[in-house]
Design a protein around this ligand. Structure first.
Ligand SMILES: Cc1cc2nc3c(=O)[nH]c(=O)nc-3n(C[C@H](O)[C@H](O)[C@H](O)COP(=O)(O)OP(=O)(O)OC[C@H]3O[C@@H](n4cnc5c(N)ncnc54)[C@H](O)[C@@H]3O)c2cc1C
Length: 361
C-alpha cells in the first residue's frame, strides 16, 4: 500500500476503533477480515459480554460514543457450587457483539463507513503473507489460535461450550464456579439475547462438566438451552510479559496485544482502548507505547495473582463454599459492596486495561 495508507487485519472491535481514528486523521484505511462481513468471528458471535467499564470515559478516550450499546447489569449472582453471593456490579455493563442491531460491532461498523474506512471481507491473512506485511500494519485478530501461531505469539488455549439465542430477560448475568472447569460458567443477557459460556484455560471441558453446569442452571435459575457448541480459542496469557504493542514492526491491537485482564478474562475495555492506542502508534510510536504501558501496568501483578489463585485456591471450590457459609453470605456481600465505589476500599485482583485510568493522564 502507498504512504498514508494503513492496513488493519481483523474487523473486530479493536480493529474498527483503530480504523475510525486513523480514517478521521486522513489516512486511507483498509480493513481485511476473514469473515464474510462485520460482526467478529462467527465461532463466537453473536454473543453478549459483561465487563467492568466506564462507557462515558471510554467513549471520550477512543473518540467514539459507544455508550448507547452498553447496558448496566442490574444483578450478577456468583455461585460456588450451589452457594450464592453477589458479584459487585457497580461498574459492570453488558454489551452485545455480532451483527444484530444494537450490537457494539454494528455501531462501530456504521462509524467506519461514515469515516470512509474500506473493508475487504472473506480475506483472511495467511501465514505466507506475514513476512511481506508492511511495518505499521495493525494486527487485531482477537482470540483465533491460527493468528497467534502465524505471528508466533505465546498463547494458551481456551476450551469452551457455548449457547446463544433469544431469551425473555436482559441486563442480568450469573457466574458459576466448580472444579470441573479451571475458569467459570457464565450467562449474560442483553437486548433480550443471551450468551452462555462454560470455559477452561489450557484443558478440555468434557460433556460431564457441561451436564453439571446445565443441571445447576436449571435447578438454580430455571434456565435450559437446547443447543451447545464446542470451540477452542486462544488467549495471550501464557507468560507474564505476553503483552506487546509492537512485534517485528507490526502494531498489535486488542486481545492480540495482551490487552485482556488475566484474572477473569475481561477483554472489552482493553480492546477498545488498545484500538485507539494502535491508531496513535502509526504516527507517534513513543507516545502510543507510553499509553500502552500505562494501561498494562497492572498486568503482571494480576497474572501472578491468577497463578497463585489457580494453584492454591481455585481447585478447592468446596472449601470456598464452606467459608462463605461459615462467614455468612450477607456478611460477605457487605464486604464486596466496599469495592463498589469510584475509589474502592477493597482492591480487586483484576487488571482491566483502560478501566479506572481512561481519564487520568
Ligand atoms: C466466547 C468469548 C466470551 C467472552 N466474554 C467476555 C466477557 O463477557 N467480557 C469481556 O470483557 N470479555 C470477554 N471476552 C473477551 C473479549 O471478547 C475479547 O477480548 C475482545 O472481543 C477482543 O477484541 P478484539 O478486537 O481483539 O478481537 P475481536 O473483536 O474478536 O475481532 C477479531 C477479528 O479478527 C478476525 N480475524 C481473525 N483472524 C483473522 C485473519 N487471519 N485474517 C483476517 N481477520 C481475522 C476475526 O474474524 C474477528 O472479526 C470473551 C471472548 C470470547 C471468545
Amino acid at each position: 500500500m502507498a504512504a498514508g495508507e494503513v492496513l488493519i487485519v481483523g474487523a473486530g472491535m479493536s480493529g474498527m476503533v483503530a480504523a475510525i481514528n486513523l480514517a478521521r486523521e486522513g489516512h486511507r484505511v483498509l480493513v481485511r477480515e476473514a469473515e464474510e462481513s462485520y460482526g467478529g468471528a462467527r465461532i463466537y458471535n453473536p454473543s453478549t459480554h459483561v465487563t467492568p467499564i466506564d462507557p462515558i470515559k471510554t467513549s471520550e478516550y477512543i473518540g467514539i460514543d459507544v455508550s448507547p450499546v452498553f447496558h448496566k447489569v442490574i444483578k450478577c449472582p456468583a455461585f460456588f457450587h450451589q452457594t450464592e453471593i453477589q458479584f459487585p456490579v457497580y461498574s459492570v455493563y453488558g454489551v452485545e457483539r455480532g451483527d444484530r442491531p444494537g450490537s457494539l460491532d454494528t455501531l462501530l461498523y456504521g462509524e467506519c463507513l461514515n469515516a470512509g474506512v474500506e473493508f475487504e471481507f472473506s480475506s483472511p491473512l495467511k501465514e505466507e503473507e506475514v513476512p511481506r506485511l508492511k511495518p505499521g500494519t495493525i494486527i487485531a485478530c482477537g482470540l483465533i489460535p491460527r493468528a497467534y501461531k502465524m505471528l508466533e505469539i505465546p498463547f494458551i488455549t481456551v476450551s469452551m461450550w457455548m449457547s446463544r439465542g433469544e431469551i425473555g430477560f436482559s441486563d442480568y448475568a450469573w457466574l458459576w464456579f466448580d472444579e470441573c472447569v479451571t475458569e467459570y460458567g457464565y450467562l449474560s443477557a442483553v437486548n433480550n439475547y443471551y450468551f452462555d459460556l462454560l470455559f477452561s484455560f489450557g484443558r478440555r471441558v468434557d460433556e460431564k462438566a457441561l451436564r453439571r453446569y446445565r443441571d445447576f442452571a436449571l435447578r438454580h435459575q430455571g434456565v435450559e438451552h437446547e443447543s451447545w457448541d464446542y470451540q477452542v480459542g486462544a488467549v495471550p496469557l501464557a507468560v507474564p510479559d505476553n503483552f506487546r504493542l509492537f512485534r517485528d514492526g507490526l502494531i498489535m491491537c486488542g486481545t492480540m496485544s495482551g490487552a485482556i485482564d488475566p484474572f477473569m478474562g475481561f477483554g472489552i475495555s482493553g480492546a477498545l482502548v488498545s484500538g485507539k492506542v494502535a491508531a496513535m502508534a502509526v504516527s507517534d510510536p513513543e507516545g502510543a507505547q507510553r499509553e500502552f504501558d500505562r494501561f498494562m501496568r497492572r498486568f503482571r501483578r494480576s497474572f501472578y495473582l491468577k497463578e497463585a489463585w489457580k494453584r492454591f485456591v481455585r481447585p478447592h471450590v468446596g472449601l470456598m463454599e464452606w467459608q462463605i457459609r461459615l462467614l455468612g453470605a450477607e456478611r460477605i456481600n457487605r464486604l464486596i459492596r466496599l469495592t463498589e465505589r469510584e475509589k474502592p476500599l477493597l482492591p480487586m485482583p483484576f487488571a482491566i486495561p483502560g478501566f479506572g485510568h481512561v481519564a487520568t493522564h
